[in-house]
Design a binder for this molecule. Structure first.
Ligand SMILES: NC(=O)c1ccc[n+]([C@@H]2O[C@H](COP(=O)([O-])OP(=O)(O)OC[C@H]3O[C@@H](n4cnc5c(N)ncnc54)[C@H](OP(=O)(O)O)[C@@H]3O)[C@@H](O)[C@H]2O)c1
Length: 216
């Protein structure tokens, strides 16, 4: 697959994934509720050396071969539900975390189905949902000159989909895809993001997950 669409791609999280994917040769569409804003966002980003990066509507992003959901948690289900037909039969990556800020800390919220990935899977029964990119600091992702060397925890019930997403992630600069297992891990993976961001706030850093003991 060569085209990647990012729903809510104008935010820091979507831009970070877009920058890494375009630099690996993918044709990336930053999706938005406002195509002009998305194009302005794409124009303001560093131009990729090999792939391509352009703005468009969320509908255009959903028409790509691989789709990433990068909206705030409280708009993710409404956003994907409106695109259900375009997303049918595709792998849809959720990087969505349900979090709330309390002072210097982030706290994990628990959606009715336990995780945002499960909420999205319920809204998209004809799609294959894979969780990835939850713990990555957006600013380091978008800065291709940063020394990011992160493990990306990946989960899905579909073994082929999680394996192919892990392989794809490992082709992105600075990232190593690690299959953790099934959708049953989604709640723990998403909630751990609250730990990551709380550490970053408290220690004024952009830390990320690097798992010891893996062969990198
Ligand atoms: N920031 C990070 O470091 C990071 C890292 C990993 C995962 N994540 C996750 O990635 C997701 C996005 O994070 P973010 O920081 O990029 O969020 P964000 O900036 O608040 O939102 C991303 C984009 O979503 C769209 N959006 C906002 N409200 C919307 C609504 N009501 N309906 C539909 N679209 C809406 C906006 O695009 P348009 O206005 O152009 O439509 C916005 O630019 C979150 O779920 C977050 O937990 C974030």
């Amino acid at each position: 697959m060569s085209t990647v669409g990012i729903l809510g791609g104008t935010g820091p999280a979507g831009r970070g994934v877009a920058a890494r994917m375009a630099s690996a040769g993918y044709e990336v569409v930053l999706g938005s509720r406002d195509a002009a804003r998305a194009q302005a966002t794409a124009d303001a980003m560093a131009p990729p050396s090999v792939g391509s990066l352009r703005g468009g509507t969320n509908e255009e992003a959903a028409n790509c071969e691989l789709v990433v959901v990068a909206t705030p948690f409280d708009s993710a289900v409404a956003t994907v539900s409106a695109l259900r037909a375009a997303l049918a039969g595709k792998v849809v990556i959720s990087m969505v975390n349900a979090l709330a800020r309390e002072g210097k800390e982030l706290v994990a919220l628990y959606p009715p189905r336990g995780s945002m990935a499960a909420q999205i899977a319920f809204a998209l029964p004809e799609s294959t949902i894979v969780g990835a990119f939850h713990h990555l600091p957006a600013s380091l992702m978008e800065d291709l000159d940063s020394d990011l060397e992160a493990d990306v925890v990946i989960f899905a019930d579909d073994a082929d989909a999680r394996s192919s997403v892990a392989t794809m992630v490992s082709t992105l600069p600075g990232l190593n895809g690690v299959v953790a297992g099934s959708m049953s891990l989604a709640s723990a993976v998403e909630a751990f993001t609250a730990v990551c961001i709380s550490i970053n706030i408290r220690h004024k850093v952009h830390s990320y997950v690097r798992l010891a003991g893996l062969q990198h």
